[in-house]
Design a protein. Structure first.
Length: 168
């Protein structure tokens, strides 16, 4: 987690995966967080509006806990529209990062898999283009309806935490 503007071992574990790296070999160790870089935006899909509202509540709570200011909340029809909304937001000087929240549910065809692949790819490319972090809090693709409820709040929380950890 972030303590005193320094990324500690817990944050490094989150950023580097399950394997702990020695601090001396970890490029993120002791990275200072710019206290001015705390303005984020949220992009949410309205296709699963009830779950989206739960994600929004969790994201707001987490942002407040981490000292992040949410300057914009944008609702889009679904996940395929998120990259465009994110790009518009990341072009703004008053936004330092963003979180994309939503669900790509399993359907009868492979549509969700294809959508997930292109959306995730577009989001990664936007991070690199603008050098601003985007927390990915999109459940799926291929998530089943009975798997959604228990993951909604934790995914939103993790997405905002990821943005906070990468605002360096």
């Amino acid at each position: 987690s972030l303590r005193g503007g320094v990324i500690d071992d817990e944050a490094i574990l989150c950023l580097c995966g399950s394997e702990r790296l020695p601090r001396s070999s970890n490029p993120l160790a002791m990275t200072q967080v710019n206290p001015m870089s705390k303005r984020i935006a949220l992009v949410l899909g309205s296709f699963h509006k009830e779950y989206g509202m739960q994600m929004l509540e969790s994201a707001r709570e987490t942002a407040k806990e981490l000292g992040l200011e949410i300057v914009e909340e944008v609702w889009v029809p679904g996940s395929i529209e998120k990259p465009l909304a994110l790009k518009r937001l990341l072009m703004r000087d008053d936004i330092d990062g963003a979180a994309a929240l939503g669900i790509i549910e399993r359907g009868e065809t492979k549509h969700g898999l294809v959508m997930g692949e292109v959306v995730y790819d577009a989001i990664i490319r936007l991070q690199l283009e603008f050098m601003k972090p985007i927390g990915l809090g999109i459940l799926g693709p291929e998530i089943l309806p009975d798997q959604i409820e228990k993951r909604v709040r934790p995914y939103a929380k993790a997405a905002v935490e990821a943005v906070a950890k990468m605002l360096v």
